[in-house]
Design a protein around this ligand. Sequence first.
Ligand SMILES: NC(=O)c1ccc[n+]([C@@H]2O[C@H](COP(=O)([O-])OP(=O)(O)OC[C@H]3O[C@@H](n4cnc5c(N)ncnc54)[C@H](O)[C@@H]3O)[C@@H](O)[C@H]2O)c1
Length: 307
Amino acid sequence: MTSQAVETPSWAYGNSGTRFKVFAQEGVPRTPREKLEDAAQVHRLTGAAPGVALHIPWDRVDDYAALAAHARDLGLRVGTINANVFQDDAYRLGSVCSPDPAARRAALAHLLGACVVVADLNGDAAAQVAGELGGPDRAVAVTVDVTSEEQIGRAFAAALLAFGGVDLVVNNAGISLSKPLLETAAEDWDLQHAIMARGSFLVSRAAARVMLEQGMGGDIAYGAAKADQAHQVRLLAAELGPHGVRVNGVNPDGVVRGSGIFAGGWGARRAAVYGVPEEKLGEYYARRTLLKREVLPEHVANAAFLR
Ligand SMILES: NC(=O)c1ccc[n+]([C@@H]2O[C@H](COP(=O)([O-])OP(=O)(O)OC[C@H]3O[C@@H](n4cnc5c(N)ncnc54)[C@H](O)[C@@H]3O)[C@@H](O)[C@H]2O)c1
């Protein structure tokens, strides 16, 4: 052994439960931050609790960097992250070593967050994102044009080959050709609908084929939200609900950061209309949200990935 570290489990703080459940009562830490604060007190008195092992899902927070900084301020460090994969019926024969491939896949997705197929018309950009997400064990890139049934079929085949199944699909491909009515050519209209409405339909149908065969339910999210897609969401949700497949619409608005649509000149034109510098467009849009906060790509991603 070259090194050894002592960590206390976050569930050990408080005397009101077990790692399976915390029973709320006065004085018991309610949040991961409060657990760290209790751990700091224990460490001050004993010198024996310098690290705290967190347990997911109970210690989930929005900002892990801030939680780690809080631990450092208290003279502690966040230690091992324990993923609890023992509580669901599917894990009765184990999780990552279960003889049931569906259980193994569910456990892996739980532990890794998710394995992702980044499918986009722009294959180079997709490859870059897949690399940033951690490479082939975690994310693979597929070049696909969602107007092509054949290419969509190949993309799903690649997903099945890479990760053995598909549990969640986000329809996100989109373009923005916004012109005054009289300048809008029939080809503009056709292209928008071929990608966003027809493309969503084709991708969702391919996803449903896989999900129904898997028999494990699933999720389909529309990121490119427009009126005809909103109606498709209702129809698909009604049809696929009995199979455990949830279909939801995500309506992004004013998501400037990371958006190719905004970066491609659209943002500059909107900024000019509103009379604000382009780099302030996100802040400007924030003013029209209920929370007065800018909507960021991760907020949209969280909406798609909410389990
Ligand atoms: N950003 C916003 O505020 C906002 C608002 C309303 C709707 N949306 C919708 O959200 C989705 C994502 O938008 P974004 O702002 O992140 O834009 P983005 O340009 O960053 O992402 C859209 C992606 O779709 C890809 N794409 C285009 N045509 C394709 C095709 N035929 N096949 C496969 N991929 C294709 C593009 O290469 C691009 O990577 C779009 O559908 C958009 O209409 C965004």
